[in-house]
Design a protein around this ligand. Structure first.
Ligand code: COA
Ligand code: HC5
Length: 628
């Protein structure tokens, strides 16, 4: 089947048996084995993109706007500008491994000035754990750290199973970017450092507790990783030397608007001690945030509360300062049994992070703490920060802004338990298309119109591929949703329209994952124009283009083996972020919006999605019975 991410079966522990215990200083050069066989990302034909662009606009802009855009597209195609930019792109594609990846990294992430917290960093909530005290918290954290180190060993020894999609191998590069890396703010553009590739890769992780950061060296001098009990003992030492809760939440600086943080960063690292501490965090393999317990909420609200905790930490008086948001991976383990992670999105997409989580969760089910006599380890080093008046002012400012962000984020997790992929599959429909059509129906029911909708599609079939967009809203999805609301329509007709819409969605998905979608191509043409210093072509200055880029629905399917909830913020101030994890018999859906927008409401949209899914199942069942 198209689009199915498949992983070679691998049991945690299997690696352990065959693994060479290498000193970490001898990590092999990043393997290019899987990279070389992969095709390069194509530049789609210009005419095809222009035609598909116009078709995509049809349901979301007015007739008049569309008429105007048709003329602009014609000019672009016939006037020679399009052709010239296309040639430029094709040249770039010949000269580089991937014509898009660097541009994408910059325009989607490093140039983006909004805070990474809430705006770009996704969160993952792991199933609730049954511990309620510090011992439970530390035991869990110790097992988790040991599991991640096992996973890291697969990266270091190049023994990760190569994933595939639709039977084709995928680019594995992102796995080499997620550990030992960190984003660094700049006054206009950020950068990402990856210490895994350097001559002295790190041997430590960072732990943060009560806003205080510690270096925890996780390898013995012979290069073997610390055992779970060793890690546990070290965590206990950290816990005991960070009992004070009145410390300055230095990490909250990383939640600021990037320009603000860029300036504050320069202030901060003027001091030598601060610079060394910051560098230790940046260089660490990953961070573990030992969070303070959050106020209890009802079972119904629990998942939504934890999703928010993963995205922003709950505010300055809770755990928002217990983070370094620039760090690529931060695992979060709360004293109240909350666990999950937040990750900085620039280096990688969700699926590699989720693969890591699935692996670690499996490892954790296996490892049991066996107390054994051991050599005492040195006290983990606490990272010192000198808080000057300037830094103090920056922290106060960051706290205020974080609290505004926390109040503004509206999160509702829908644990949809009535069915999962099973129902659409039984009716011979793609589950992804089915769920997407439910979002379309829910949106139409709430707003009486359809909107520009983004769904992430993986481009990892290509060297260094990241994502393109599947345009979910089509003339067919719109006809289906309208028919559901039209009392004059019969179910037989509605179901036909549903099948057609899902089929079109499947074709668009297939185009996207094969590098034939329109969005990254249009972006490439636009950036090529900027690079050539030509005046901006009319199609990019057009209202239709702005409407198409204003995604009221920003969606992404990320499947996992573990029953977790994935979440991210909306892409626009008046839109929704919708991340869904379809399991066989249920679907976890996290919906976000901003409270400052009067028109959006995450809980209302969640109810509309639930109703849409149930109505669509009823529709399928009704017509299936009628056919019998
Ligand atoms: N009848 C019965 N079963 C069907 C079917 C049909 N008509 N169509 C599909 N299925 C089955 C598939 O075989 C698959 O089976 P599996 O559960 O055994 O694997 C399952 O249904 C799911 O297929 P589908 O719902 O169509 O979606 P997909 O798995 O092809 O996923 C994307 C589509 C777009 C999500 C995927 O291609 C992709 O790109 N994923 C990565 C997205 C990403 O990177 N997100 C994060 C960005 S940070
Ligand atoms: C843990 C799940 C994270 C999913 C993150 C995701 O889907 O990010 C999208 C990446 C992309 O390039 O499509 C962006 N989006 C959040 C705006 C959908």
């Amino acid at each position: 089947m198209l689009g199915v991410l498949v992983r070679a079966a691998l049991r945690p522990g299997m690696v352990k048996q065959c693994r060479l215990v290498k000193p970490v200083t001898q990590i092999p050069e990043r393997s290019m084995v899987h990279q070389e066989g992969l095709p390069k990302l194509p530049v789609p034909p210009l005419k095809q993109t222009c035609e598909r662009y116009l078709a995509m606009l049809e349901p979301i802009v007015s007739e008049e706007e569309l008429g105007h855009t048709r003329k602009l597209v014609e000019e672009f195609l016939k006037g020679g500008v399009g052709e010239r930019l296309q040639k430029g792109l094709e040249r770039r594609a010949r000269k580089t491994e991937n014509w898009l990846s660097e541009w994408w990294m910059q325009s989607a992430y490093l140039d983006c000035r909004m805070p990474v917290a809430v705006y770009t960093s996704p969160g993952i909530v792991l199933p609730r754990m049954h511990f309620h005290d510090r011992q439970g918290q530390m035991r869990f954290a110790a097992k988790l750290i040991a599991g991640v180190l096992e996973f890291k060993n697969m990266i270091d020894t190049d023994t990760l199973p190569v994933e595939s999609l639709g039977g084709k191998p995928l680019c594995m590069d992102q796995y080499y970017q997620i550990l030992s890396s960190c984003r660094i703010p700049g006054p206009k553009r950020d950068t990402v450092v990856n210490h895994a590739i350097g001559k002295t890769p790190p041997t430590h992780i960072t732990i943060v507790h009560n806003f205080q950061f510690f270096i925890l060296v996780v390898y013995n001098s012979d290069g073997t990783p610390l055992t779970v009990d060793q890690i546990y003992m070290q965590l206990e030492k950290i816990w005991n030397s960070s009992l004070q809760t009145n410390k300055e939440p230095i990490g909250i600086l990383t939640s600021q608007h990037r320009n603000t943080w860029g300036k504050a960063y320069n202030n901060l690292i003027k001091d030598k001690t601060n610079k060394e501490s910051v560098r230790a965090i940046q260089k660490s393999i990953f961070t573990v945030c030992l969070d303070a317990p959050m106020p209890r909420v009802s079972d119904e609200l629990y998942q939504s509360r934890v999703a928010a905790q993963m995205l922003h930490g709950g505010g300055a008086r809770w755990n928002s300062g217990n983070r370094w948001f620039d760090k690529t991976i931060q695992f979060i383990v709360g004293e109240d049994g909350t666990c999950g992670l937040v990750y900085e999105h620039a280096p990688a997409e969700g699926p590699p992070i989720v693969f890591l989580i699935d692996y670690v969760v499996k490892c954790m089910q296996r490892t049991e703490i066996v107390r054994s006599p051991m050599v005492p380890l040195a006290m983990p080093q606490k990272l010192r920060f000198n808080i000057t008046t300037d830094v103090k002012r920056d922290i106060e400012n960051a706290k205020q802004n974080m609290n505004i962000m926390v109040h503004d984020l509206d999160v509702k997790v829908l644990m949809f338990s009535h069915f999962g992929k099973n129902v659409p599959k039984q009716h011979n429909l793609s589950p992804d298309g089915f769920v997407q059509m439910a979002f379309q129906l829910a949106y139409l029911r709430m707003y009486n119109v359809c909107c520009s909708t983004y769904e992430s599609a993986s481009l990892r079939m290509f060297q260094y591929g990241r994502t393109d967009a599947i345009r979910v809203t089509t003339a067919d999805s719109h006809s289906f949703a309208q028919a559901m609301e039209d009392p004059d329509k019969q179910n037989a007709e509605r179901v036909e329209l549903l099948r057609k819409a899902v089929q079109i969605h499947k074709e668009n998905t297939s185009n996207a994952i094969h590098g034939q979608a329109i969005d990254r191509h249009l972006l490439g043409l636009k950036l090529q124009g900027i690079e050539d210093l030509t005046s901006m072509p009319g199609i990019f200055m057009d209202t239709s283009y702005a409407v198409a880029e204003h995604y009221h629905l920003s969606t992404s399917q990320v499947g996992s083996k573990t029953d977790c909830v994935m979440c991210f913020g909306p892409m626009v101030p008046d839109g929704y972020g919708v991340c869904y994890n379809p399991m066989d018999e249920h679907i976890n859906i996290a919906i976000t919006a901003f409270n400052s927008c009067e028109e959006t409401n995450a809980a209302k949209f969640a109810r509309a999605v639930k109703d849409a899914l149930l109505d669509m199942r009823a529709l399928l069942e009704d017509t299936a019975t009628a056919e019998q």
